[in-house]
Design a protein around this ligand. Structure first.
Ligand SMILES: [Fe+2]
Ligand SMILES: [Fe+2]
Length: 353
């Protein structure tokens, strides 16, 4: 070993070693921490490598041929090193230098990948926000989230390494209903295999989240379960919703919920004064109505719904006609399909569902 080729060791630098923090069949990740003036000893990097800076301001790279390169090393800065690099690294700034060196193991199954292959699932958001670098082995992304921000629903089709630069408390919501929390502060490193559909939120109260996300182009990984949808609460502000007129004069609707499989729905329906369902009829499921305003009457039985009235009408029961004695708003629920067949008073099929 040519101890520190090209580096003036007479400058009294303290040699520093790498510290291995993660290794698997695809990557090896080293922790490098250099205080001002310290030196990372000369070393051969036989594998292609990615250097991601967590903290720092200025370094000098000294190669075995004696060439030197000075770099500004701000948080999040990165550089890709081809296989076969050989260098020492000196902190020539006034701040400590803290980085991760990710060596990429070029296994045979990673060869011959078309760099244009996207590895996207177009149905979802990309795995992160911005591509910073890409070649045939890796794709490096950025996620940058303000306090309270999130990255939308996506899933990973490639294994990846998370390299946090800035941030703190994150939360992931998964398709199987799990919510996981993690502390992904500066320097956090995590390898993940392709997984289920999820979303990411920055839950930290004070710090934005910034990372470098390195996808490794290994197409042979099994794909995750994509059948189960990602669930989430839905909030509808009906005061902001538009009433959709139906093909019966005076009737309009705000649809709140639809189960496409069963035909069940929940809607707000509004009958203008003097409008109503003109004929006796029956439904193909149980129907429930809660009157919010107005006065709505089933005229054959003189059943009157007023604000606060709850009415339900068993599947198959013949009822109606109806009449709104005042402008009336009702919450209407069907636990299955609305009608055995399209009733005569609707001209639009959509209105019968
Ligand atoms: Fe993700
Ligand atoms: Fe009805």
């Amino acid at each position: 070993m040519m101890g520190g080729d090209g580096v003036a060791l007479t400058e009294n630098h303290t040699p520093v070693e790498h510290r291995l923090i993660l290794e698997n069949e695809l990557v090896r990740v080293w922790d490098v921490l250099l205080y001002p003036g310290e030196l990372l000893k000369h070393r051969d990097y036989a594998l292609p490598s990615l250097v991601v800076v967590v903290e720092g301001d200025r370094t000098e790279t000294v190669r075995s041929d004696g060439s030197r390169e000075t770099l500004d090393e701000t948080p999040g800065a990165f550089r890709y090193l081809e296989a076969g690099e050989s260098f020492a690294l000196k902190n020539v700034g006034s701040h400590r230098y803290w980085s991760r060196i990710v060596e990429i193991k070029t296994a045979p199954h990673m060869r011959n990948i078309d760099p244009k292959e996207t590895f996207y699932d177009d149905a979802y958001a990309p795995v992160a926000q911005k591509v910073l670098f890409e070649n045939e082995l890796i794709r490096l992304w950025e996620i940058s989230l303000p306090v309270g921000g999130g990255h939308p629903t996506h899933h990973h089709m490639l294994p990846y390494v998370i390299l946090s630069v800035e941030g703190g408390h994150n939360q992931m919501k998964w398709q199987d209903g799990r919510t996981t929390r993690s502390y992904e502060g500066p320097g956090f490193v995590l390898f993940r295999e392709p997984g289920g559909i999820h979303r990411l939120y920055n839950m930290d109260e004070t710090k934005p989240y910034l990372n470098r996300l390195m996808e490794i182009k290994v197409p042979s990984y099994p794909l995750p379960d994509l059948e189960t949808p990602l669930t989430e609460e839905v909030l509808i502000d009906t005061t902001e919703s538009e009433w959709r007129p139906k093909s019966l004069e005076g009737l309009s609707e705000i649809r709140l919920f639809t189960n496409e499989e069963t035909g069940a729905t929940i809607s707000l329906v509004k009958f203008a004064k003097g409008s109503g369902i003109p004929e006796p009829h029956k439904h193909a499921s149980n129907q429930f109505m809660f009157c919010l305003s107005g006065e709505y009457v089933y005229t054959a039985t003189n059943t009157v719904l007023r604000p606060g009235s709850f009415y339900w009408n068993p599947k198959g029961n013949v009822h109606g006609p109806t009449m709104a004695n005042a402008d009336s708003v009702l919450l209407e629920i069907y636990d299955g399909p609305h009608y055995p067949q399209k009733p005569s008073w609707y001209t639009d099929d959509k209105d019968a569902k």
